[in-house]
Design a protein around this ligand. Structure first.
Ligand SMILES: [Zn+2]
Length: 160
């Protein structure tokens, strides 16, 4: 078992900030039941370099430093999975728009349902999505959405 030095630890913490969404690439544990490709939310990096994760499926098994591999959500498909997950956990009232980060006051379901994922966005973003699909404006990549890129902004009010 090798432990990371201070610089490596700092680099790991920069790479995996608390709240970022991550994807499992490899887990070197024969008893693990977390499928490759599963997503979860980073809860930090401990002093041994293990990435602590709250997996969407319910487990909280850490990613062992030097043994297991993860990466941050980085493709459009991965971002869509993240947004669907956020959508399933979106606050029913006074939620935050996962696309732009603005507050959506009142009942969330009164706002616009996204065309890209099962999640509500603010009315302005709903309008922009319509313009994107009409090819009037360029599509904002899902990986650029607030809920994917800056999970900790505003306390992440699109989740709990
Ligand atoms: Zn918005």
């Amino acid at each position: 078992m090798r432990f990371p030095d201070k610089e490596t630890l700092e680099e790991l913490r920069r790479q995996y900030p608390v709240g970022c969404r991550i994807v499992l690439d490899e887990m070197d544990d024969p008893y693990t039941k977390i499928p490759i490709g599963s997503q979860g939310e980073c809860r930090g990096v401990d002093d041994a370099g293990n990435v602590m994760v709250a997996w969407d499926m319910g487990s909280s098994l850490s990613i062992a430093y030097g043994a297991d591999r993860v990466h941050k959500v980085s493709t459009e498909d991965e971002a869509a999975i993240t947004l669907n997950w956020h959508g399933a956990h979106q606050l029913k009232t006074d939620s935050r728009c996962p696309r732009c980060g603005d507050m959506m006051f009142g009942p969330t379901a009164r706002h616009a349902l996204s065309r890209y994922a099962q999640i509500y966005v603010c009315d302005r973003c709903g309008m922009e999505e319509a313009l994107e699909q009409a090819e009037i404006i360029k599509m904002k990549p899902l990986t650029e959405w607030c809920a994917v890129k800056l999970p900790s902004i505003g306390g992440g009010a699109w989740r709990r």
